[in-house]
Write a protein that binds this ligand. Structure first.
Ligand SMILES: Cc1cc2nc3c(=O)[nH]c(=O)nc-3n(C[C@H](O)[C@H](O)[C@H](O)COP(=O)(O)OP(=O)(O)OC[C@H]3O[C@@H](n4cnc5c(N)ncnc54)[C@H](O)[C@@H]3O)c2cc1C
Length: 311
């Protein structure tokens, strides 16, 4: 265990990254987390987390993030606040270039997360948390008994609409085509749950008085405009995994997610992918944290193989 070459360098200090760090250091490995902003990633943007086991009455996303960082550092994980700019993942040791110099690691855990694709409309950023949301599992409860719309037509949009239908008075699904991109089996479920689909429609404007009050829609064939009053708009038009550092090195799926199974191993030996940037069915704090824990097991296994039983 040296400072000059870490057993594992973890890029990204969200729940996936800090859980990987916690489990790695508790296994006796030296671990460095490189984080460009502050601990917590997307989680820190969440005002209140209610669905992380043990959150009780709810816990602030920022507070949970700090606890995860402190928990990992308590056992010896280090944090470097820097932006990783380049990663030579095939080298041995692996070289990570940051805006504060180079760091070397025998293995690397990629934990840079993903971010939701935005509609790109005026006011969208400012209305985030004031009517605009990107995750029904995270923010749906705030719209209990209200009228909401979901923009999108893929499996996540439909899953969001179905989840919201259990909570909200009325749910619209705004889809720019005349058929769903989501599995056709969903159509029946949408109808049975009273979800109204607005076909051939796209959102062209966000209406608000400081909080979202509705959206302007355009019919895609005629460009005829109409207004839809709603308290919330859930944008579910895809996510963008933050995988630029691994571009051209590790295998990705057609949507750009790093291909890694439940072992979190990527296509490059000694490189692991945890959290939202990995191919997986559900992207949440708890699943990112679970990946981090699992990664430590395979990091250890890799190091044992690398050093023939003496990591
Ligand atoms: C508004 C919002 C609300 C949410 N609410 C909930 C909720 O209530 N419950 C729930 O379970 N999930 C919620 N989620 C989803 C949850 O936050 C994510 O699934 C989870 O944070 C993913 O963790 P991660 O570790 O994979 O990545 P992230 O949390 O995205 O963390 C990635 C980290 O990597 C850093 N990073 C990226 N690139 C670099 C680089 N080049 N160099 C250094 N650092 C880098 C980023 O700064 C970031 O800190 C919410 C998401 C959002 C956006």
């Amino acid at each position: 265990m040296t400072d000059s070459i870490y057993d594992v360098i973890i890029i990204g200090g969200g729940p996936g990254g800090y859980t990987a760090a916690l489990y790695c250091v508790r296994s006796g490995l030296s671990a460095l987390v490189i984080e460009k902003l502050s601990a917590g990633g997307q989680m820190a943007e969440t005002e209140q987390v209610d669905n992380y086991p043990g959150a009780g009455e709810g816990i602030g996303g920022f507070e949970l993030a700090e606890r995860m960082r402190e928990g990992a550092e308590r056992f010896g994980a280090r944090t470097l606040y820097a932006q990783a700019q380049k990663a030579d993942l095939r080298a041995n040791p692996k070289r990570i270039t940051t805006d504060q110099g180079e760091r070397l690691g025998r293995s690397v855990v990629l934990a840079m997360g993903a971010y939701p694709r935005m509609l790109g409309l005026a006011g969208e950023q400012e209305l985030r948390g004031k009517g605009i949301a990107y995750c029904a599992a995270c923010d749906g409860m705030a719209y209990r008994g209200k009228t909401v719309a979901v923009a999108g037509g893929g499996n996540s949009a439909v899953a969001d609409a179905l989840m919201l239908a259990k909570l909200c008075a009325k749910v619209y699904l705004i889809h720019r085509r005349d058929t769903l991109t989501a599995s056709k089996v969903y159509l029946k479920a949408l109808r049975e749950n009273g979800i109204e689909i607005l076909w051939n429609s796209r959102v062209t404007r966000l209406l608000h008085d400081g909080r979202l009050t509705g959206v302007e829609l355009a019919e895609v064939n005629t460009d005829r405009r109409s207004k839809l009053a709603c308290d919330g708009l859930f944008v579910a038009i895809g996510r963008i995994p933050d995988t630029g550092l691994a571009a051209g090195q590790a295998a990705t799926d057609p949507s750009g997610y790093l291909v890694a199974d439940e072992t979190t191993r990527t296509s490059i030996p000694g490189v692991f992918a945890v959290g939202d940037l990995r191919t997986k069915p559900m992207r949440q704090i708890v699943t990112a944290a679970a990946d981090g824990a699992v990664a430590s097991r395979f990091v250890e296994e890799y190091l044992v193989e690398l050093f023939n039983g003496q990591p």
